[in-house]
Design a protein around this ligand. Structure first.
Ligand code: HAM
Length: 403
């Protein structure tokens, strides 16, 4: 039997209800914050991700679903959503138009990672990107939006915060860090040797315990910020405090993608095991220019829907609509007509086969219908339908014309 690929899941039945509940809740909140929907292709030129997410990242280095298509184009299934949105923003010349542009999106992302609980090769993100606002209020507002979405879904979280500096302070810090790591000698892992060449700051994100121990005394970026980054970071913390958002400073939070500067944040859950990041984002003021657009400040985040589905507290779903069945084969045609009539205004499900009352009641209960409606030979003769309200248990027989 052909099975789905490793790390790629079907979403159906109860999972689908959780999935749509998440999408509806997040969409509603994003729209309240003034964001508009954007859809970008799943497939993009590989160069887009190499230049944005960065050659030094694990995503580009090891995890891309990359192939040459029939037209000899080097293409890649998107591993994340930001790069495509930035490409669309530049392609539509919105960078030249100026002003503020705010988008949200959701859809599948693909990373060839080692699958485990909470880590898939095809997973879904809900993401938000804001262009044109060079204010730390936008960063704070974005964090508050994630917090609102999580609260609406009944999900507890811890917020981790860092500043990654900018072009003024980052180069100096990078030199200090490289010097420190080089002094650690041969003890650092192979990945960190590579990171020293490509993007040294990512050594701080190394998952290897012995590297982590070595880097405990490493210089902290947060102590090397220039005045502007320092001021922005202080303002961010103050705005969050004033709005009742708790946070922890994590000086090792560097994020797995290369495009960030200044604000970086991650929301983690303590209730889903080792893959605990449920949302992540930050500011990426250099990316639009880096992808050949006009310099445009930008900030965004994405949430991992599968991880959130583990945590969502579903609202109680009340009974809804009609279940309609025949107890006599001769009543089936009428039952179908009545179901079609009801569907103009209500949810209605039908059984095409004549069955006894107990079976129809059971099926109606399973379908979570509010009313179980049945026509047998007696009702057919009298032009009536038997209706039971499955909430208050009241039964009545009504004329077909009034149904
Ligand atoms: P990211 O941190 O790579 O950021 O991914 C965001 C979220 O996607 C993670 O916090 C996690 O919940 C989920 N996620 C990532 N990889 C997997 C996986 N293999 N399986 C299941 N869930 C996963 C980004 O993608 C950035 N584009 C976020 C952003 C938007 N930054 C600015 N704008």
């Amino acid at each position: 039997m052909i099975q789905s690929l490793r790390g790629m899941n079907d979403i159906l039945s109860e999972d689908y209800e959780r999935f749509t509940h998440f999408i509806n809740t997040a969409t509603d909140i994003a729209q309240k914050y003034g964001y508009h929907f954007i859809e970008t292709p799943l497939l993009e030129e590989t160069a887009l991700f190499k230049r944005s997410v960065g050659e030094s990242s694990d995503i580009v280095g090891k995890e891309m679903y990359q192939f040459i298509d029939k037209g000899e184009n080097d293409v890649c299934l998107r591993p994340e959503g930001t790069a495509g949105v930035v490409r669309a923003f530049i392609q539509k010349k919105l960078d030249k138009a100026g002003g503020t542009h705010r988008y949200f999106y959701h859809g599948p992302m693909f990373r060839y990672e080692r699958p485990q609980k909470g880590r898939l090769r095809e997973f879904h993100q809900f993401g938000v990107e804001s262009f044109g606002v060079d204010s730390v209020y936008e960063d704070a507002t974005m964090i508050m939006m994630v917090s609102d979405i999580l609260k609406a879904l009944g999900i507890g979280y811890r917020l981790q915060l860092n500043s990654l500096g900018d072009n003024n302070c980052m180069p100096d810090y990078r030199n200090k860090l490289v010097k420190f790591v080089q002094e650690c000698g041969d003890e650092i892992c192979e990945d960190c040797v590579r990171r020293l060449e490509t993007n040294p700051i990512r050594v701080l994100d190394c998952k290897n315990n012995s590297c982590q121990t070595l880097y405990e005394g490493a210089p902290k970026l947060i102590n090397c910020l220039c005045q502007n980054c320092e001021d922005d970071f202080s303002s961010l913390k103050k705005i969050l405090e004033e709005n009742g958002i708790d946070y922890e400073i994590d000086t090792n939070l560097v994020r797995g993608l290369d495009y960030y500067s200044k604000t970086a944040f991650e929301f983690v859950s303590d209730n889903i095991g080792s893959q605990s990041a449920i949302a992540g984002g930050g500011r990426y003021d250099r990316l639009v220019e880096f992808l050949d657009g006009r310099p445009t400040p930008a900030v965004g985040f994405a949430m991992g829907i599968e991880r959130l589905m583990e945590l969502i507290v579903m609202p109680e779903i009340s009974r809804d609509g009609y279940f309609i069945g025949a107890m006599d084969a001769e009543a089936v045609d009428l039952v179908i007509q009545l179901t079609q009539k009801k569907r103009k205004t209500d949810k209605a499900t039908v059984d095409y086969k004549a069955k006894n009352l107990q079976k129809h009641l059971k099926a109606a209960d399973k379908a979570n219908a509010k009313f179980c409606c049945v026509i047998g030979s007696e009702e057919l003769r009298n032009g009536t339908i038997w209706v039971k309200n499955l909430e208050d248990k009241i039964e009545q027989t009504i004329n077909i014309g009034d149904f």
